[in-house]
Every structure is written in structure tokens, then in C-alpha cells.
Design a protein around this ligand. Sequence first.
Ligand code: PLP
Length: 381
Amino acid sequence: MYSKIVNFIKDTFNETESLIPLHEPRFVGNEKQYINDCIDSTFVSSVGKYVDLFEEKIKQFTGAKYAVATANGTSALHLSLLIAGVKSGDLVITQPLTFIATCNSISYIGAQPLFVDVDKETLGLSVDKLESFFLTETYSDINGNTFYKRTNQRIAACVPMHTFGHPVKIDQIVSLCDKHKVHVIEDAAESLGSTYMDKQTGRFGKLGVYSFNGNKTITCGGGGVIITDDDNYGYLAKHLSTQAKKPHPWNFEHDYIGYNYRLPNLNAALACAQMENLSSFISNKRELSRTYKDFFSTIEIQFVDEPINSKSNYWLNAIVLKDRNERDAFLEFTNSNNVMTRPVWTLMNKLDMFKNAPCQNIDNALWLEDRLVNIPSSVRI
Ligand SMILES: Cc1ncc(COP(=O)(O)O)c(C=O)c1O
């Protein structure tokens, strides 16, 4: 059975000799031209036309009012949490099944993640579990702020993550959080171009974050973007990511503790070229996912399909194996046969840094951790 899968993947990627990676970048457009232009202009660092152009392209693509390019997705998350008013000692709701950057960025502020379970269907934050958490584990003060009963810490924000590009039920998460005065910051690092009810992921929360790391659907080497519709947040994202310098033709005056989180023009040039191919890459990836879905249905292995009401970018295709033993045997076989596959991340609550963070019942995350495997998902050219 495993060799049937390996052969199918090799056929699908038309590759019999070399390793088939999980996700490689594709540079098939104007990348070299824009980068050369950038070098010729000498504007290779933090100022330049490509940064503005990239931000403009993201605004057009997502429909967001503001888009601010940053050095990477992790810095975009850190800044978004700061801007949303998360303070040291606060709690931030998130899912245990996520990439480490979600929780690291919470920790940079001195806040702590609070883990709520995921859905098996969406692989992201569960609406039912979130609702029952608010109902049984929290209380509100006279201003409507929400606190965790067991420690009396304020719950300042919630960071749902669209796992592998599959949208969570983000409208319901936002409306639950709104009722409890908890800001939603969408970790849409993996889901650029995925939509929920025809609206781009990243646009439902107060702030949304994308990553353009080398393994993402499109890349600029390393980079991130914060999107928001809020005028003040939009201003703060730009201001704080650029050392909080007050605008002036020559004076150096700064009015906050800012960050050097801006994206260099050189990376933005790459991003602009990649943006030109985003829609065709997503169509290509969606076609690959259909091929996988059909194949896995013939051998009765569960393929992770896009959730209801959504259109996924299928950043990483995933399958669900019978149990941890089968998962490990599959990983062993595929990786030693030139097909790169990977298990999902070790759950965040199991890591030393977060093992004392408040954690609700996370049965679904534990179940998925034992079974989920990512399979090659690059754009096919
Ligand atoms: C869910 C998630 N959040 C955040 C990040 C951080 O993005 P970056 O690597 O650009 O810092 C990534 C990916 O790398 C991610 O997958």
C-alpha cells in the first residue's frame, strides 16, 4: 500500500530520481527582472517602491484597507498582538495544534497562551470548545473585559490559525470573541488566498497576518504582512514596524519604542513578482488536491478536504492515518523512498516553554497529532 502511494506521488510530480520536497518555491515570472531593477536602483533596504507596491497588491487581493509589510510572519504576529493591546501577564487564547511562531509571538510580550481544542474537520480552533470555555471558565468585569476564573488573568486576545490553509469557522469565532471583548488576530500565515464564505482569511479579525517564508504558497525569501481595516491599527502597524520615527525630511525623532520589522525592498521585489502568480498557483494547488483526493478515496485513506463554506489554498495537503504506529511507518517508508512527508507539529502544550500554560480538554488535537501527515504539495510546473 505505501509503495502504491509513493509511486502515485512520483507520477503526479513526474519525478522518479530525486527527492520530492514537501513544498518548494516556484520562480516562473518577473522575479529576476524586479530584483535586478531593485539592485540597479540601489534601494535594496528598507525604503523603496517595491515595498509600497507589494502592500498595494495585498490590499487589492484581500480587500483590506491597510497592508503593512514586515520582516516575517512572526514579527507581524508580535506587532499585531502589541497593537491589539495585549500586555504582559495577559492570556491569549490559541490552539495547541499550530506552528511555534503563534505561541512565541505571544510570549515576546510576556503574555501566556491558553490552549483551546481544534476541530477534526477544520484542524483549527473549535467553535464549540471555545463557546464552552467562555461559558464555564471565564467571568466578566463591569467593563465587559473577560478573565480566566482559575488565575484571574485577563484574556486579551484570541489567535485562531488556519491550519495548512484550511479556514476555521472564523465568523463564529469572531462573534463569540466580540461578545467577550476579546480581540481576534488571525494567524493566516499559511492561508493567503483561502476564503471563508467568499471573504479572504485574514480579513475577519481585527488584524490578520500572512507569511511569505520560503515554504509558503508564494515567498519573498522571508517576509510577512499585517492587514487590517482599522485606521489606528493600520497607522500603528506601519509606525511601530519602522522604529516609530516621526515623519520629517531630515530629523530623527521617535515617539514610541518601535521595532525594525520592515521588509527590505529586495524581498518586496520578489514578493511583487510572486503576487502576479498567486491566483494561478492556487488553481494549480487546488487541482493537485483534487488528484490526491480521488486517489486516496480509492485506497480508503482519509484525505483532509477543505471545510464547508470555504475554499482552501491547500498550502499543504494532509492525510489522516489509522494511528501513531501507522503514521510512523508511513513517514519512515516515504522519506526513505525520496518522497518527503512530515508529521504535524508536536502540540504546543507539550513543549517545555508552554507546559504550564492553561490548557483545556484537547482530545481532538491529541487525536490529530497521532495521525496527521503532510505530503508533497508544491505547485507543479
Ligand atoms: C501558522 C504559522 N504562524 C506563523 C508563522 C511564522 O511565519 P514566518 O516564518 O514568516 O515568521 C508560520 C510559518 O512560518 C506559520 O506556519
